[in-house]
Design a binder for this molecule. Structure first.
Ligand SMILES: [Zn+2]
Length: 245
């Protein structure tokens, strides 16, 4: 980072920082928000302000902050991201993959190609099904890292649970998915869902009538509807009864 122009970058940021402080007064920049919270700026402030002669202290505290951040990130992945992905694994719409970026000389092979391949397999899968990955989601020997630890209590899987509406999915060509209990309840009460239910009942009544007709074309004695139109009326009556219930 130092070789790649870290100092130039922090000096450039410091120019902006000074402009804001000159305009809005000292202490007006909130170092915990926006771009200012980035690791590698505030650690160098004493040096940039001329309070210390050497950036060495900044480098040390930047390394320390980076390590702390990495620990927080890893914890978040294991306790929140992975349980969240696994809760929805049956739907196959969320997946975590692990790319090994520790050896930069193998970046193209280990990170770039594998990443692109996994994304392509994901994009090629039919929505609502588990994609067929042509490479393992974790490199050999690192599988353990993709296993979720016990989820934190704060994690509410209901909030992200995917509900697939079988009825609407059967009628439309696309899967009908609601995310979370609230959205699912709203969908079940929606006009779209109720109409889909009635339409499907009509279709089923018609199929039933057709089957009866082909089994016994002469029979008028049973109570099933005899024409597609009667089948529709019967289905309407049935669904109205159900709605009243
Ligand atoms: Zn529905």
């Amino acid at each position: 980072m130092l070789e790649n122009g870290l100092y130039d970058e922090v000096k450039e940021m410091y120019e902006e920082f000074k402009k804001i402080e000159q305009r809005d007064g000292p202490g007006s920049v909130d170092l915990e928000r926006g771009v200012w919270q980035v690791i590698g700026f505030k650690q160098f402030l004493p040096w940039l302000k001329g309070e210390v002669d050497s950036p060495a202290g900044g480098i040390d505290s930047m390394k320390q902050a980076t390590r702390k951040y990495a620990t927080r990130q890893t914890k978040w992945i294991h306790k929140k991201l992975l349980p969240m992905c696994q809760a929805d694994y049956a739907v196959g719409d969320r997946e975590a993959a692990l790319l090994d970026a520790t050896d930069l000389s193998k970046w193209n092979q280990n990170v770039f190609s594998r990443g692109v391949q996994i994304c392509q397999d994901f994009m090629n899968a039919t929505p609502g099904t588990i994609p067929n990955y042509s490479v393992p989601l974790a490199p050999a020997g690192l599988e353990e890292l993709l296993k979720a630890r016990s989820a934190e209590k704060a994690f509410n899987s209901d909030k992200w649970k995917h509900h697939v509406c079988e009825i609407c999915t059967r009628l439309d060509s696309e899967p009908c998915i609601s995310i979370g209990e609230e959205a699912w309840k709203t969908h079940l009460n929606s006009k779209r869902h109720r109409l889909a239910g009635r339409k499907l009942q009509k279709q089923e009544a018609f199929e039933h009538w057709k089957r009866k007709q082909s089994e016994n074309p002469q029979s008028n004695s049973d109570l099933s509807p005899n024409t597609p139109k009667e089948a529709n009326v019967a289905a309407d009556e049935q669904s109205e009864k159900k709605q009243k219930i």
